[in-house]
Design a binder for this molecule. Structure first.
Ligand SMILES: Cc1ncc(C[n+]2csc(CCOP(=O)(O)OP(=O)(O)O)c2C)c(N)n1
Ligand SMILES: [Mg+2]
Length: 664
């Protein structure tokens, strides 16, 4: 596999192999009447060299755990990966899929989407994200290698990134983290074509990318991206580096198109009939649209089988390996057999101890139980370890060159952390969790959105979840964040009200294999409101009556997190006035929405509905209805001690009582 020159398995020249990619890209974009032909045409040579000579893969076993990962960070060039998957013979990527590029129900979406077809390792398109996913994958590989050894885990991660990926801010976070951690099995192929949508890159960017990567601890090289031998030699050298590697491949966007090559006009629209005819002539490709001559297809399929022997040898090694059962478990994403027991024991201890602590500290308690039981849990924080309480007592740091730990100091790189966690989850074998302040979910948001779109189990531990954080003031006090997160389809947003709920929400976050979760946790201490250690997970229903009324129910107070305590106090005052009041804790809107209409009605009641949440009210109309009351924030917070903030913003038991009595 490591030979520098093309294997002599067939006699098809490199040019024909690469032209097959170019032709499919031109033809599919033309048929779809939209898409991006320039990038696949420009990078066809580089990709051919990578797949033919270096990438460890077996097209017939796309989920072979020890395969090299290939990430097309420049996702607009989706026809590059679709062509490669089709040509090498991946299941599902048929010629019909290529012909149906960008159409309803096809696997060949405008940008590559994880889960559409085997071989698509991650969803890309939002520039820079793929590069950071690749960093996470490369890190996952090292962590699993430290756990399971070379016999089971020993592969590389390759990413193709364009000018756009490298201009995005996330690229800095990603390359800086990769360089620091010395992820030398990460190789980035930079499509250095000097063109983006607006025209020449020089319109907007003068960075020396090689120097930038070097400054972050990378090896760098520059090659002619249309010289297969030079590209191959650079990859070969990169494989031997003790640092992550960047190979800047000088390419011509739209290579072969007579009038549009080298110009932004080939970036994102069909070339047009005449230009395609001209390109066919220039490239020496005389075949009809979508016609790949059998010998060329056969040569590509031979490439697709290159890794079969290695995959078979790997399977043998797995069978003989003592850790086979554990490796198979973590790769499949199953929880350990004693998971329910560990959570049950923890809940019993919580009921007994009745801790009055911040839910961020409750979360630490949960981690102290779960991390020793789940080696696949890999935590971290974006430089707020002591504030996010993400480091379990037993956790050991992952260090440059020493990946045996289970805790990552991500540094102040929230976006990079979130996208790297996506990469780790996608890699498999790891359940990543990472922390920052809830207000900085904004700094992670593009990656959280992709966690949800890709249905990845990533746990975001977001502390300091309201004005309750106090003196740090409005820059640090989340307001619209809960609403904004609840608006992301497929994301579970948890805001537990005490230690018991925190344990339950953690258990739900980990049991939901196909969904990411945000845990919104307090800085301030909260009393234990639930001392029932029964194994039933009340939070699993999203919302439930935590304090019923013995009277006829006139009012339902619904709250989340720290405001449940306030609602419980208001309930007492209202009941003293003879007003039957129930309190509902609603740690997760998403799970509540999944309950039956009858259950929801029973929980919400038919009296006056009042929502209490120290955040923007946006969305609560759904539950309180047109005649309900929202007690919460109407604007930004302020810098002051917590008691003054709650009092001045009117989020108090007395304010609730006043609002309710005024309305009844
Ligand atoms: C975060 C983000 N911003 C903007 C876009 C829209 N966009 C898609 S491709 C592109 C230009 C990318 O330039 P480059 O990576 O050099 O690609 P090339 O034109 O060379 O194919 C832009 C701005 C995007 N996909 N993602
Ligand atoms: Mg470019």
């Amino acid at each position: 596999m490591d030979a520098k020159s093309a294997p002599a398995t067939h006699s098809i020249p490199h040019r024909d192999l690469a032209n097959a990619i170019r032709a499919l890209a031109m033809d599919a974009v033309e048929a779809a009447k939209s898409g991006h032909p320039g990038m696949p045409m420009g990078m066809a040579d580089v990709a051919t060299v990578l797949f033919q000579r270096h990438l460890k893969f077996d097209a017939s076993q796309p989920s072979w755990p020890d395969r090299d990962r290939f990430v097309l960070s420049a996702g607009h060039g989706s026809m590059l990966i679709y062509s490669l998957l089709h040509l090498t013979g991946y299941p599902e990527m048929t010629l019909d899929e290529i012909k149906n590029f960008r159409q309803w129900g096809s696997k060949t979406a405008g940008h590559p989407e994880y889960g559409h077809a085997p071989g698509i390792e991650t969803t890309t398109g939002p520039l820079g994200q793929g590069l950071a996913n690749a960093v996470g994958m490369a890190l996952a590989e090292r962590i699993l290698n430290a756990r399971f050894g070379d016999d089971l885990v020993d592969h590389r991660t390759y990413a193709i990134a364009g000018d756009g990926c490298l201009m995005e801010g996330i690229s800095h976070e990603a390359i800086s983290l990769a360089g620091h951690l010395k992820l030398n099995k990460l190789i980035v192929l930079f499509d250095d074509n000097g063109i983006s949508i607006d025209g020449a890159v020089s319109l907007s960017c003068s960075d020396d990318q090689l120097l930038r990567f070097q400054a972050s601890g990378w090896s760098t090289a520059r090659v002619d991206g249309h010289d297969p031998e030079a590209v191959s030699a650079a990859i070969e050298a990169a494989k031997k580096s003790d640092k992550p590697s960047l190979i800047a491949c000088k390419t011509v966007i739209g290579y072969g198109a007579p009038g549009k090559a080298g110009s932004s006009s080939s970036h994102g629209s069909p070339l047009g009939k005449d230009e395609i005819a001209g390109a066919r002539e220039k490239l020496g490709w005389s075949h009809a649209p979508f016609d790949i001559p059998a010998p060329i297809k056969a040569a590509w399929e031979t490439i697709g089988k290159r890794g079969a022997t290695e995959a078979a040898a790997w399977s043998k090694r797995l069978d003989a390996n003592k850790q086979k059962a554990e490796f198979t478990r973590v790769i499949s994403g199953e929880l350990p057999a004693n998971f329910a027991e560990v959570v049950g024991d923890l809940k019993t201890a919580i009921a007994k101890d009745a801790p009055k602590i911040a839910t961020r500290i409750s979360s630490q308690l949960v981690l102290d139980s779960l991390v020793p039981a789940m080696p696949e849990l890999i935590g971290g924080s974006a430089d707020l370890t002591g504030s996010n309480n993400t480091k379990a007592k037993v956790a050991k740091p992952v260090k440059p060159g020493d990946y045996g730990g289970n805790y990552i100091y991500y540094g102040i790189r929230e976006h990079g952390m979130a996208a790297a966690m996506n990469g780790m989850a996608l890699h498999g074998g790891i359940i990543p969790f990472g922390g920052t302040f809830l207000v900085f979910t904004d700094y992670c948001r593009p990656a959280i959105r992709l966690s949800a779109l890709m249905k990845q189990r990533v746990v975001y531990v977001m502390t300091h979840d309201s004005i309750g954080l106090g003196e740090d003031g409005p820059t640090h006090q989340p307001i619209e964040h809960l609403a904004a997160l609840r608006a992301i389809p497929g994301l579970l947003v948890f805001r537990p009200c005490d230690t018991m709920e925190t344990a339950e929400c953690w258990a739900l976050a980990l049991s939901n294999k196909d969904r990411p979760s945000v845990l919104a946790l307090t800085r301030q201490a909260l009393p234990l409101l639930r001392a029932d250690a029964a194994n039933a997970n009340h939070c699993a229903r999203g919302g439930y009556v935590i304090r019923p009324t013995q009277k006829e129910r006139k009012v339902t107070l619904m709250a989340t997190g720290s405001e449940v305590e306030i609602a419980v106090e208001a309930q007492k005052l209202l009941e003293e006035k003879g007003i039957g009041t129930a309190v509902v804790s609603m740690p997760s809107w998403e799970l509540f929405e999944e309950q039956s209409a009858a259950y929801k009605q029973e929980v919400l009641g038919s009296g006056l509905r009042v929502a209490v949440e120290a955040a923007a009210g946006f969305g609560w109309e759904r539950y309180i209805g047109p005649n309900g009351i929202f007690i919460g924030m109407k604007g930004f917070g302020a810098s002051a001690p917590i008691a003054d903030l709650y009092k001045n913003f009117g989020i108090t038991p007395a304010a609730i009582v006043d609002a309710v009595t005024a309305k009844l």
